[in-house]
Design a binder for this molecule. Sequence first.
Ligand code: AMP
Length: 248
Amino acid sequence: MKVLVPVKRVVDFNVKVRVKADKSGVELQNVKMSMNPFDEIAVEEAVRLKEAGKVSEIIIISIGPQQAQETIRTGLAMGGDRGILVKTDQITEPLAVAKILQKIVADEKPDLVIMGKQAIDDDCNQTGQMLATLLGWPQGTFASEVKLSGSSVVVTREIDGGLETLKLTIPAIITTDLRLNEPRYASLPNIMKAKQKPIDMKTPEDYGVDISPRLKSLKVEEPTKRETGIKVESVEELVSKLKKEGAI
Ligand code: AMP
C-alpha cells in the first residue's frame, strides 16, 4: 500500500508573526520556517502505518520554493521513503495545490493521501476537500483516529457535537486533526539517512497546472490590541463598572 503525504513549508508556529510595513502580507525575511504542524501529524500517521506493516511506501510532496526541499527532508527523516518537490516561488493557493496533487495521484496511484486539515499560514482548510472532489474519492477530514483494515479505512472525526466515525473505501483522502498522534522527533542517524533518499524535482508546468493566484489580498493588519483585564471583588462591583463604562 502506497501513501502520499503533502507537506507545506510555513512560518514556524512559535514565531510571532509580524505584518509587513506596507500591509501587503506578513514578514517572511529571516523568519524560521518549518513543516506545517498538521502535516507532521500526517507524516507520523503514515510512518506508524508503515511500522505496523500496513504500508509499503510513503511519498512526501511539497509545492513551494527550493527551501521546501528541507521540509521534505524532515518528512524523510521521520520515515518517508522518497520525495517530490514541485518548485515554485509563487504563493500556493489550495485549488492549485489540489490540481497538482491530482496529477501526482494519477502518476503514483496511491491508496491513501494523508494530509493536514489546514495550513497554519493561511488557515484555508480547503486543499484536502478539493482534492477529494477532483478525484471523486471519499474523504475523512479532521481525523483523530485512523484504522486500516483490508480495502477500507475507519476514520474517527472531531466534529462540533462530538465524534463521528466513517468507514471509507480505499483509495481515500484523510486530513489530520491535532489529537491523532504526537509526531516523533527525527533521530540524528535518520536525519543523515534522509540525505540519501531521492527527491524528484518538478515544476507546476510539468503537470500542466496554471497556479497563478485567483485571490487578491487587499491588506493585512494586526488584530486590534485587547486591553488587559481587571479583577473585581463582587458581582455588584462588576455590574457598577459595566454600567459606568456604558456596557449595560
Ligand atoms: P490548506 O487547505 O491550505 O489549509 O492546507 C491543507 C493541507 O493541504 C496542508 O496541511 C497540507 O497537507 C496540504 N498543502 C497545502 N498547501 C500545500 C503545499 N504548498 N505543498 C504541499 N502541501 C500543501
